[in-house]
Design a binder for this molecule. Structure first.
Ligand SMILES: Cc1ncc(C[n+]2csc(CCOP(=O)(O)OP(=O)(O)O)c2C)c(N)n1
Length: 1033
């Protein structure tokens, strides 16, 4: 690792000789040198000169014969020459050799100055003074670009000399450094470029390929005098810094040995965020959704969102009892929602900070999804009312791939939030890791370049520069509706948390940090020196805020109970009762009238737009759908259509997102029709069902799981009155989004008392398609189900619904299209929201047996294993079939009571009804070998006999299945023979509850043993097919 380097003062001797005193100061700040300046290649110079001469003489003969940029350049140069006879070197006719040389020199010098200006615009940030500690280059490189004039001798790079410094040069239209002046001396040009690009702000924007956007940025930063602050603005800034700093000091005084992940070293972030919010509010924004990691989060809650201080302080009291169910979470992960008046603009503003897990950056797509949904519900298609702000750490921003995935959603029509302001707390360290070991890119922000987002680096010890940059960032977002990054280059005053010793690993850096004067003191001294505030006013401001903290602290001690509900980031007004509980524990019937089914079916089999030519293959599919509707049946795709369509009719917005979902990976869905003759003309029949229906969004996503699932989770967070579904291309791909599943979906309610009704559609099935794709890994979802699998529920009147309420998510494996229809509808009709994981079929999408009649959809409910069994008084002494098995085995079954086609409650597996045999396509047995958990645990309880899928997969291979189809069928039939030996007592013996369970349970041991013995005997081998050969990508 290279050593940290303290920059010596490297004032170039020549510079001090040549430049005015203010210039000397400017040069001295960035006098890094990379050795002698490289000479300008003479061949190149000669070449460009003669080319220019050619242009010039051609222009003299006919101005229209050259490009208009040359025309304008020569015109200006001639005008200038006309005004100044000394410069008048433009010949009227073909010139003499000496005058041609002079002309060339003039033109060349002008071009050189243009290049010089451009060099500063492109590379000025490399030498900007960004690090408040003055020890590390923000771009991790001490190299000084040779085309920046850091010493006088570098003028030679442009073939300019010291004598040229006082010559006047015409300014090109691509710079605004002149203000109202069109010419400036070279000396002044360099000085102004220095002051714009090489001081405390480093601008990266010249990679943007939109000229208008580049011009906009140049104007904002180059125009002389742009960074002027009124004394009122300075006082506000000081007051905000006081709050930020004193809040940290207060926590440190009261809870010196508690982890706080303080903001010390980047206190300026509070005024920075407030500026972005003020400026955005001024431009019409009414709702800001924030996501951020641990660092400075408490400060943001207190001073940006304005959460009551006592509620923050009571989080430090370990004795307080939580009033809500669930585990809760540490204080620096909790979310918050607050509607208030923005005092600067006097307008209403809603601020929410989305709760997040430890997993850095995981919240980014979630914030984006929530923002998109809020924009959608407000009809804010341009993002003029709702916006997002994401705060990042430098190490996480560079290192976490989800940042990249989230950026790639930023400009997609169905995912854009019309621009996000990103703020990076670049404290130049990640836990204990030096940035030179943590990233390969020059800046931590380089990931943002992929979407052409401008990046404004700024020295966080210069609060006015920070505020200016933030206000431009907010304006940029409002003007162009695109992302922008503010990189606050700062330091971390303490260790990673307050208990850590940073000198172990960063000794030199921390020696400097210990010497560092806090930004508040620096800024206060400046304002006092210039007379903007008095010392007394400053001290009063501090005392005032300290008093506020002390008073809140006093009140916090009176608190007896901790309400996690007070930390909700997404309240759903009216959905729950006043105590935040579901209004009932019942679920309406999920069936719908036949005429609605018929109408949806007809639209699903038609092309609602006129003169719209669809593919002939699709016409055939639509005809097939029409036939099914005539026969009053549905397949899987139609059942989904029926569920979505009927919810849309009821005013429920439906959004389906994922890779290739519009057509469907298995080409069964076809929700977007494409005109075969007109490019990009499409039709979504689902949006042509009823004139007053809710909108349906179906969108192919980018090829991301982590980012897109996070996004949809955030979307589902915004409102309970929507059905939001994410479909994996194959179910196993969900593991790329595992962080969202583990940290948000399975545990979100327990940690943050937050409901979420996201639906995951995970294509699953053991019918080949390669060893990976045959399984969506249901064992993993089961493993993460509920906390205590030994807890037996209390059987109450409302058990059928309350069992769903009590679980962390609902996992289902539907056997029939009708089940799928009911379970989707139930998801919205339930009086609460739970994530729903559906293992969806592949081969069943076309299996002739996988059909349901309208009769199964016009009435009734979503069947639920235990609900049906217990509440319905139906005892199914016999095999249950779920998923794939049902249609495969159905023709062979005669006496079984396979009535219960999906799981209503995953936790139920842990206390599975003892006399039930589950024959599912979930493959728990093989999964048990892969996951080594589920089956042993279940069997040890002796409640369960899992007979399905006796052997599939390679022995010991860790794979789920083999590649071929034959295997699954062979073991299906083995299962069938096993089933015929099971002693079933037949369906439908009614037993009343709760007695049923207790009556049956004592006698179960023997029965289970009997079943297990049979399983062992009948275990079938998949034959020769021992390989896990893949079938393709
Ligand atoms: C995905 C993930 N990996 C690892 C960690 C452990 N961790 C917590 S903070 C941290 C360093 C973060 O550095 P940076 O992003 O620069 O933020 P800072 O703490 O410096 O503000 C690490 C590695 C984590 N929280 N999340």
């Amino acid at each position: 690792m290279s050593q940290l380097r303290l920059l010596p003062s490297r004032l170039g001797a020549q510079a001090s000789r040549l430049l005015a005193p203010h210039d000397i100061q400017m040069f001295s700040r960035r006098s890094r040198s990379s050795g002698p300046p490289a000479p300008f290649p003479s061949s190149k110079r000669g070449g460009s000169s003669s080319y220019m001469e050619e242009m010039y003489f051609a222009w003299l003969e006919n101005p229209q014969s050259v490009h208009k940029s040359w025309d304008s350049f020569f015109r200006k140069a001639s005008e200038e020459a006309a005004c100044d006879p000394a410069q008048s070197r433009f010949p009227e006719s073909r010139p003499s050799v000496s005058s041609r040389t002079k002309t060339s020199k003039l033109v060349e010098d002008h071009l050189a100055v243009q290049s010089l200006i451009r060099a500063y615009q492109i590379r000025g940030h490399h030498v900007a003074q960004l690090d408040p500690l003055g020890i590390l280059d923000a771009d991790l490189d001490s190299f000084v670009p040779s085309d920046l004039i850091t010493t006088i001798d570098k003028l030679a790079f442009y073939d300019l000399r010291e004598a040229d410094l006082d010559k006047e040069f015409q300014l090109p239209t691509t710079t605004f450094i002149g203000g109202s002046e069109h010419t400036l001396s070279l000396r002044e040009i360099i000085r102004r470029l220095e002051s714009t690009y090489c001081q405390h702000i480093g601008l990266e924007f010249m990679f943007i390929n939109d000229v208008e956007q580049c011009q906009w940025i140049r104007q904002k930063f180059e125009t002389p005098g742009v960074m002027q602050f009124s004394s009122e603005e300075k006082r506000t800034l000081l007051a905000r810094l006081v709050r930020s700093m004193r809040f940290e000091d207060f926590l440190a005084r009261k809870w010196s040995s508690e982890k706080r992940f303080g903001l010390e070293g980047c206190e300026v972030m509070i005024p920075a965020l407030k500026t972005i919010i003020d400026k955005s509010s001024e431009m019409g924004i009414e709702n800001v959704i924030l996501g951020m990691p641990h660092r400075g989060r408490l400060n943001v809650l207190a001073n940006v969102i304005r959460k009551d201080l006592e509620q923050i302080f009571c989080q430090f009291d370990p004795k307080l009892e939580a009033a809500d169910e669930g585990s809760g979470d540490v204080k620096y992960h909790l979310g918050m929602y607050h509607e208030r008046i923005n005092r600067v603009t006097n307008r209403n503003i809603t601020l929410s900070l989305v709760a997040n897990p430890s997993h850095l950056e995981a919240v980014d797509p979630v914030v984006q999804g929530k923002t998109k949904a809020e924009q959608f519900y407000r009809g804010d298609a341009q993002g003029k009312k709702v916006m997002s702000i994401l705060v990042h750490g430098d190490a996480a921003f560079a290192g976490q791939g989800v940042v990249y995935e989230t950026f790639h959603l930023s400009d997609l029509p169905s995912y854009t939030t019309n621009g996000t302001v990103h703020v990076v707390v670049n404290n130049q360290i990640g836990f204990t890791t030096d940035p030179r070991m943590a990233r390969s890119s020059p800046y931590p922000t380089d990931v943002a370049r992929v979407v052409n987002a401008p990046i404004f680096h700024v020295n966080a010890d210069d609060p006015e520069a920070v505020i200016y940059v933030c206000s431009v960032a907010a304006e940029w977002r409002n003007t162009f509706n695109k992302d922008v990054v503010v990189d606050l280059v700062c330091y971390r005053r303490r260790g990673h948390n307050e208990m850590d010793e940073p000198m172990f690993t960063q000794p030199l850096m921390y020696k400097q940090i210990h010497r560092q004067v806090p930004v508040l003191k620096k800024y206060a001294d400046k304002l006092i020196a210039e007379g903007t505030v008095t010392l007394q006013e400053f001290e009063e401001e501090i005392a005032k805020y300290d008093r506020i903290c002390e008073e809140a602290y006093g009140r916090s001690k009176d608190k007896k109970i901790l309400h996690i509900k007070h930390w909700l980031d997404s309240p759903w007004p009216g959905f729950f009762n006043v105590d935040g509980e579901p209004k009932s524990m019942t679920c309406p019937a999920t069936g719908i009238p036949e005429d609605v089914l018929t109408h949806i079916g007809e639209v699903a089999s038609s092309v609602p737009l006129k003169d719209f030519k669809i593919h002939t293959g699709l016409s055939r599919i639509l005809r097939g759908r029409a036939d099914m509707i005539k026969n009053r049946t549905v397949d899987w795709a139609l059942a989904e259509y029926m569920a979505f369509g009927s919810l849309l009719k009821e005013g429920i917005h439906v959004r389906l997102s994922g890779q290739d979902v519009e057509r469907g990976t298995f080409s069964h869905r076809h929700h977007v029709l494409h005109d075969q003759e007109v490019d990009r003309r499409t039709c979504v029949p689902m949006n042509h069902l009823w004139p007053d229906q809710a909108p349906y969004t179906v969108c192919n996503s980018s090829l991301s799981e982590y980012g897109v699932l996070g996004f949809e989770l955030g979307y589902a967070m915004a409102s309970p009155n929507a059905l939001v579904l994410w479909e994996a291309q194959f179910g196993d791909f969900h593991n790329t989004a595992q962080c969202i599943i583990d940290q948000f979906i399975s545990t979100g309610q327990a940690k943050w008392v937050r409901h979420n009704g996201i639906v995951l559609l995970l294509p699953h099935g053991m019918e080949g398609m390669g060893p990976e794709h045959s399984s969506a890994r249901p064992e993993r979802f089961l493993q993460m189900s509920n906390d205590d699998s030994d807890a037996y529920p209390v059987f109450t009147e409302d058990f059928e619904v309350s069992q769903l309420y009590d679980c962390n998510w609902i996992v289902v494996n539907c056997s029939t299209p009708a089940n799928y229809f009911h379970v989707l509808r139930r998801q919205v009709l339930l009086p609460f929201r739970k994530p729903l994981i559906i293992f969806t079929p592949k081969s069943l999408l076309r299996h002739p047996e996988a059909k349901s009649s309208f009769d199964q959809m016009v009435s009734g409910k979503c069947p639920s294993v235990l609900g049906r069994w217990l509440m319905g008084g139906l005892v199914a002494h016999g095999p249950l079939l779920s998923g794939l098995f049902r249609p495969h085995l159905r023709p062979c079954l005669c006496n079984s009571s396979w009535l219960i086609p999906h799981w209503g409650r995953v936790g139920s597996l842990a206390w599975w009804p003892p006399d039930m045999v589950w024959l599912g396509s979930l493959g728990l047995r093989s999964r048990a070998r892969a996951g080594r958990w589920v089956l042993p645990q279940l069997q040890s309880r002796a409640h369960l006999a899992v007979l399905g899928e006796l052997r599939c997969g390679r022995p010991g291979g860790g794979l789920i299945s083999t590649a071929g189809h034959g295997v699954s069928f062979s073991y299906s039939f083995s299962v069938l023979s096993l089933m015929n030996q099971i002693d079933t007592t037949g369906p439908g013996d009614p037993v009343l509850l709760p007695e049923a369970f207790s009556l049956l349970y004592p006698g179960v041991e023997g029965q289970i043993k009997h079943l297990k013995d049979q399983v062992l005997e009948l275990r079938c081998d998949p034959g020769e097919d021992q390989g896990g050969a893949d079938v393709g990508p």
